[in-house]
Ligand binder design. Structure first.
Ligand code: ARG
Ligand code: ZN
Length: 432
């Protein structure tokens, strides 16, 4: 009898705790798979009417039956949201119960923490630190690295790209990589730093990177959306867009990856400045996308490979995302993505999906990859890096090396293929 009583008390205690009669103090990520159209509608409503941030899919418009939704729920709306879900019997799983701790952990020790054994490249860095790193990297490698100012952001921050050039052969080709189009995808700038560091450290040590750098200049723009990135460090970790002010509403920011001139603002983007996929007032209305487009227009005869780094869903995408049409060299692109994904599988035991954007995820017009492709850069890819399923945008620093190494092997595979397909093979430059 006594045991039964204790059991009963414990049951209720558990229920009390679970139903949150004590106020939830932590931000959470919920995973919810709606089973019916009614549940779909409730989720759409929750993600638009309450203070939450939709992580997956990118817009409530894409919420559908039997597909997983990831929703960031801040502590102060946790009770209301969970109560609403329970009332409508929408089952949910807590993916991450301690989002604030993770955020705190990722922004702490930006400068060297003696307790942490992680290197500079295994941590996330503030915008200021990245600017500092850009200058120091150029300064420390005066013969191979140059800083190029490609433009400035809406809030007038500089857009710096690094140019890595190990020789100046006549007619030398190039590749371009941008990171951080979307502010909250922190693994993306971390990858750009990783890639530059790897290139500088392993030239003449690793055959693949040596072949790439012997045959191509490499442009790297570590943070394409500095205003948004800064904002994720100071105010809202979940921010995606840039920080431009719209003329018609009080909502801020345009989605830079919907602002390029590739079937601009057709299905998959929105004219509403209050959405996450707002396409801007007109193509290249945003200074960040215009700066990158201008640079690529000026260098379109040398740049053969365009890469844009995002997260999270572990995919290697290529044009088109702005229409269901097949790119003219679809089979080449498919073969390259397939080979890159195979390497990731073989060396890192991780599965990356690959394919044309529109057919692999969704129609998403106005993207930089499609625009670059139409400009004539026939090898154009968007990488979606890790998370592997639990952390979403809050990928812990301890996962940076794994995520970057597998992306690096994909970059190397694709860059080497581009060289093989387009250039007369050459060895290292003659030594004089
Ligand atoms: N998740 C990325 C986005 O929504 C996908 C980018 C794929 N390419 C594209 N042009 N939409 O921006
Ligand atoms: Zn993105």
């Amino acid at each position: 009898m006594a045991t039964l009583l204790i059991f009963f008390v414990l049951m209720n205690l558990d229920l009390l705790l679970r139903t949150g009669h004590c106020t939830e103090t932590r931000d959470q990520i919920l995973s919810i798979t709606p089973k019916t159209q009614e549940q779909v509608d409730i989720l759409k409503n929750v993600s638009t009417q309450y203070e939450t941030a939709l992580w997956q899919p990118v817009s409530p418009h894409y919420i559908k039956e039997e597909t997983q939704v990831h929703l960031f729920v801040p502590a102060n709306s946790s009770e209301t949201v969970k109560e609403l879900l329970q009332r409508h019997a929408v089952a949910h799983e807590v993916l991450l119960a301690n989002a604030n701790e993770l955020i705190e952990m990722q922004t702490r020790n930006d400068s060297t923490d003696p307790r942490s054994s992680a290197t500079f490249y295994e941590r996330y860095h503030s915008l200021e630190d990245i600017y500092y790193w850009i200058n120091r990297t150029a300064h420390d490698n005066p013969s191979t690295v140059k800083v190029i100012l490609v433009g400035s952001s809406y809030e007038k921050r500089p857009l710096y790209a690094l140019k890595l050039s190990f020789n100046d052969r006549p007619n030398k080709k190039a590749m371009w990589t941008d990171c951080g189009i979307h502010a909250r995808e922190w693994i993306s700038p971390a990858f750009c730093l990783w890639f530059v560091h790897y290139s500088l450290s392993f030239y003449k040590q690793n055959q693949d990177i040596t072949d790439i750098l012997d045959n191509m200049d490499v442009y790297v723009l570590p943070v394409m959306n500095p205003d948004g990135y800064k904002y994720t460090w100071t105010s809202n970790r979940m921010w995606r867009k840039n920080r431009s002010i719209s003329k018609t509403t009080s909502c801020i920011g345009a989605d830079l990856n919907r602002n390029f001139d590739a079937n601009w603002c057709t299905e998959g983007a929105s004219h509403n400045p209050c959405t996450e996929i707002y396409c801007g007032a007109f193509p290249e209305s945003e200074p960040e996308s215009q700066a990158v487009a201008d640079f690529l227009r000026r260098h379109k005869d040398t740049v053969q490979l365009y890469l844009s780094i995002h997260s999270y869903s572990q995919m290697l995408l290529f044009p088109y995302s702005c229409s269901l049409e097949e790119a003219e060299n679809h089979s080449d692109l498919l073969e390259m993505a397939e080979e890159a994904a195979q390497k990731i599988r073989r060396y890192y035991r991780n599965i990356y999906r690959y394919g044309a954007g529109a057919k692999t995820i969704y129609l998403a017009p106005g993207g930089s990859d499609d625009w670059a492709y139409n400009l004539g850069i026939k090898y154009s890819f968007t990488f979606e890096l890790q998370d592997r399923g639990r952390y979403g945008f809050l990928l812990p620093p301890s996962h940076i090396s794994g995520a970057c190494n597998e992306a690096l092997i994909a970059v190397k595979t694709i860059a080497l293929k581009v060289i093989e397909k387009t250039q007369v093979p050459t060895g290292p430059p003659p030594t004089v």
